[in-house]
Design a protein around this ligand. Structure first.
Ligand code: NAD
Ligand code: DAU
Length: 350
C-alpha cells in the first residue's frame, strides 16, 4: 500500500482531489491533513469519510513537530500539497498569515519530508499545487503564461505562492528531493467558499443582494472546472516528469462582467425569474488594490505530454455549478454562518 498525504483536503479543490483519489485508488491510504480554517469543511467529504482507505488528521502544516509525527505514523510516501490561504482580498488585509501558512507551512512540510525520507527518495514524491498568479499579469491582447514565463507576483497571496514554489524547487536542486509543481488557472465548481466570485455572486443573486464588481469589470480570468483540475493533478502526480512544472488551464478566458452576465442569466432562469432581471443588482465598486488585468494559461505541455483534456464545456460547467449552489442552500448557510466550524470544533474537542 502507498500512503499519500493530501494537505488542505477539506477545502475546495482538496476535497475534490481526495474524493477522486479515495475512489480511484483503493490500494492507497489517503491521509487528509487539514487545519480546518474557515475554508476547510469536512461536510465536503461526507461521501468518503467512512471508506477504509481514508484517514482525516486535523493539524497545522506550520506545526513542524506534529508534521514529523504524521510522516512517521503514516509512513508517508507521497505528498500532494494544497493547504494554503487562498483568497487574494484577504491577503491584502492580512499578508502575515499568507507568509506564515503558504511559505513557512510549505517549508515545514518539505523539511519534514526530507527528514522522514532521509536521503532515500525511491518512490517518494512531493507535489506542490500552485497557481498561475505567480506569473503576474498579461495585457488584454498579450499572449499566454507558459511554464517558462518569469515569475512576477503582485499580490501578497501570489508572492507567498511564488515563494513556496521557489522553496519546492530549492529542495529538488539542493537535496535531490523528487518534486513536481503545477500552476493552474481559476477554478470553479461545487464546494467553493462563497467569498470567491462565482459562489458569492450566485448566493447574492438568490438573496437579491448587490453584486460588487471591482473596477469596471474588465479584468480577465481563465476558468477551469474543479474536477478537471483534480484529474490533471492525478495525472501529473502519476505520470508527470520529476522536477518539472505543468501549467493547467482550459483556454477559457472571460472578462469578469461577461461572466457575471452569464451567471445572472443562468441563475435567473433556474430561479424562475425573467432572464437578466438580476442585472439590476450589479454594483461597480472600488477596484481591488494591484488588481491583475488578465490571466491566461497555455497548457499545451500537459495536453501533448500527458494527454489531458478538460471534460466539460464552460456552459455545461456553469449550469451544473449554479444548480448545485441553488440546491445546496444549507451548505451555503452553514459556511456563511460559521456553524460548521463550531460543530467540528466540538467533534475534535478543540
Ligand atoms: P481553499 O481556501 O478552499 O482551501 C484551503 C484548505 O487549506 C482549507 O481546507 C484549509 O482549512 C486548509 N488550510 C489552510 N491553512 C492550513 C494550515 N496552516 N494547515 C493545514 N491546513 C490548512 O483553497 P482552494 O481554492 O481549494 O486552493 C487549494 C490550493 O490550490 C491552494 O494552494 C491554492 O493556492 C491553489 N490554487 C487554487 C486555485 C483556485 O482557483 N481556487 C487555482 C490554482 C491554484
Ligand atoms: O488564478 C488562480 C487563482 O484564482 C487562485 O490562485 C486563487 O486561490 C483564487 O482565489 C483565484 O483568484 P482570483 O482573485 O482570480 O479569484 P476571485 O474569485 O477572488 O476573483 C475573480 C475575479 O473577480 C477577480 O478579477 C476579482 C473579481 N471580483 C472578485 C470578487 C470576490 C469582483 O469583481 N468582485 C468580487 O466580489
Amino acid at each position: 500500500m502507498k500512503n499519500i498525504l493530501i494537505t488542505g483536503g477539506a477545502g475546495f479543490i482538496g476535497s475534490h482531489l481526495v474524493r477522486l483519489m479515495v475512489n480511484k485508488y483503493p490500494e492507497y491510504r489517503i491521509v487528509n491533513l487539514d487545519k480546518l480554517t474557515y475554508a476547510g469543511n469536512l461536510a465536503n467529504l461526507k461521501d468518503v469519510e467512512n471508506k477504509p482507505n481514508y484517514v482525516f488528521v486535523k493539524a497545522d502544516i506550520c506545526d513542524f513537530e506534529r508534521i514529523r509525527e504524521i510522516f512517521s505514523d503514516y509512513q508517508i510516501d507521497g505528498v500532494i500539497h494544497l493547504a494554503a490561504e487562498s483568497h487574494v482580498d484577504r491577503s491584502i488585509r492580512d499578508p502575515f498569515s499568507f507568509a506564515q501558512t503558504n511559505v513557512m507551512g510549505t517549508l515545514s512540510l518539505l523539511q519534514a519530508a526530507k527528514l522522514a525520507w532521509d536521503g532515500n527518495f525511491d518512490d517518494k514524491l512531493f507535489y506542490h499545487v500552485s497557481t498561475d498568479e505567480v506569473y503576474g499579469s498579461l495585457q488584454s491582447d498579450g499572449g499566454f503564461f507558459l511554464e517558462t514565463t518569469k515569475y512576477d507576483p503582485h499580490s501578497p497571496y501570489s508572492a507567498s505562492k511564488a515563494s513556496s514554489d521557489h522553496f519546492v524547487r530549492a529542495f529538488h536542486d539542493t537535496y535531490g528531493m523528487p518534486v513536481k509543481i503545477s500552476n493552474c488557472s481559476n477554478n470553479y465548481g461545487t464546494y467553493q467558499f462563497p467569498e470567491k466570485l462565482i459562489p458569492l455572486f450566485i448566493n447574492n443573486i438568490r438573496h437579491n443582494k448587490p453584486l460588487p464588481v471591482y473596477g469596471k469589470g474588465e479584468n480577465v480570468r481563465d476558468w477551469l472546472f474543479v474536477e478537471d483540475h483534480a484529474r490533471a493533478i492525478d495525472l501529473i502526480f502519476h505520470k508527470g516528469k520529476v522536477g518539472d512544472t505543468y501549467n493547467i488551464g482550459g483556454f477559457n478566458e472571460w472578462k469578469n462582467i461577461d461572466l457575471i452576465k452569464v451567471m445572472i442569466k443562468v441563475t435567473d432562469r433556474l430561479l424562475g425569474r425573467p432572464e437578466g432581471s438580476s442585472e439590476k443588482l450589479i454594483t461597480y465598486v472600488t477596484d481591488r488594490a494591484g488588481h491583475d488585468l488578465r490571466y491566461a494559461i497555455d497548457s499545451t505541455k500537459l495536453h501533448k505530454e500527458l494527454g489531458w483534456e478538460p471534460s466539460l464545456q464552460f456552459e455545461e460547467g456553469i449550469e451544473k455549478t449554479v444548480k448545485w449552489y441553488l440546491d445546496n442552500q444549507d451548505w451555503l448557510d452553514n459556511v456563511t454562518s460559521g456553524e460548521y466550524m463550531n460543530y467540528y470544533k466540538e467533534m475534535y474537542n478543540q
